[in-house]
Design a protein around this ligand. Structure first.
Ligand code: OAD
Length: 263
């Protein structure tokens, strides 16, 4: 879909919303990084498209906490695949626009992505609720390290201090979300938002869908940017069935024009 196919009235309404808003929540998923060349988890070309992995188990089992402990080779094989899919890739214009907005607005980014692109783009207030694939820690001692990629790791890697298994600081299936990230999110909610914008996520998890649903209930502006219909599409006041980059570019350019006209 080309930019001229975007609903211009909706583009202007969201741009005006940014001009008036004080606090905006962006919720992002794999779709925002798709234009950086990363695969999504679900949908066409998605990492989870096969019903079973080559190890004859669903991906949710291969990438689970218990599997990491019992068969670290299997879990690490899939972790390596995920890391390899973002190796050498960079944040795109959608991440950059969100970071630029932070200069004018109080922006919170709640992301399920483990690629660190929001932080690389310059966003300061990022809650990476599923962690970051570049951060590793020992399963036994306090050793931790941040790596640019996994190319220098012996898979599965072991702690250089105590030789126990190392793991990435990401949330595997069947594991709890990190307490300090949940309290950060709760604190941001307590402060309230004027707008919630969901981008490139199938919104399967309740903690990802709920802010859009709660936003709709509270009557604040809700926006979804996703070529497909999702669990939260019905809750979006403005729904853009287009890509993250072209939609954010269109809104940001109207926003900048109008901001310049008012200052
Ligand atoms: P999904 O792969 O489930 O969804 C990606 C969404 O992005 C889909 O709804 C696509 O329609 C949309 N999309 C694709 N290209 C797009 C584009 N260019 N612009 C905008 N949207 C686009 O990914 P998530 O919702 O992020 O969790 O998945 C959530 C979690 O599922 C992941 O964090 C991961 C996985 O299990 C864990 O690993 C714990």
């Amino acid at each position: 879909m080309s930019a001229q196919n975007l609903d211009q009235q909706a583009v202007e309404a969201v741009a005006d919303g940014w001009l008036q808003a004080k606090r905006v929540l962006f919720i992002t998923g794999a779709g925002i990084s798709a234009e950086s060349g990363l695969p999504t988890y679900r949908g066409i070309g998605g990492l989870y498209d096969e019903a079973e992995t080559e190890d004859n188990m669903p991906i949710e089992e291969a990438l689970s906490g218990p599997m990491l402990l019992n068969r670290p080779d299997i879990t690490w094989k899939h972790l390596l695949q995920i890391e390899q899919s973002c190796r050498g890739a960079h944040y795109n214009r959608a991440h950059a626009i969100i970071a630029e907005l932070e200069r004018d607005l109080d922006v919170t980014v709640l992301t399920q992505n483990v690629d660190r692109f929001h932080t690389d783009a310059g966003s300061q207030n990022v809650i990476d609720i599923h962690g970051d694939v570049h951060d590793l820690h020992c399963t036994d001692c306090t050793y931790e390290i941040t790596v640019p990629d996994y190319s220098d790791l012996q898979i599965p890697p072991h702690c250089p201090r105590c030789h126990a298994l190392m793991r990435p600081s990401v949330v595997l299936f069947g594991e709890m979300l990190e307490e300090h990230k949940l309290s950060h999110l709760a604190m941001e909610f307590q402060a309230g938002f004027d707008m919630v914008i969901s981008i490139g996520t199938s919104s399967l998890f309740p903690y990802i869908a709920e802010p859009m649903l709660a936003g709709q209930r509270a009557g604040i502006t809700t926006v979804e940017i996703n070529p497909d219909e999702t669990n939260v599409s019905h809750a979006a006041k403005y729904k853009f069935s287009a890509s993250a980059v072209e939609t954010l570019e269109a809104i940001f350019s109207v926003y900048k024009e109008r901001l310049a006209a008012t200052t």
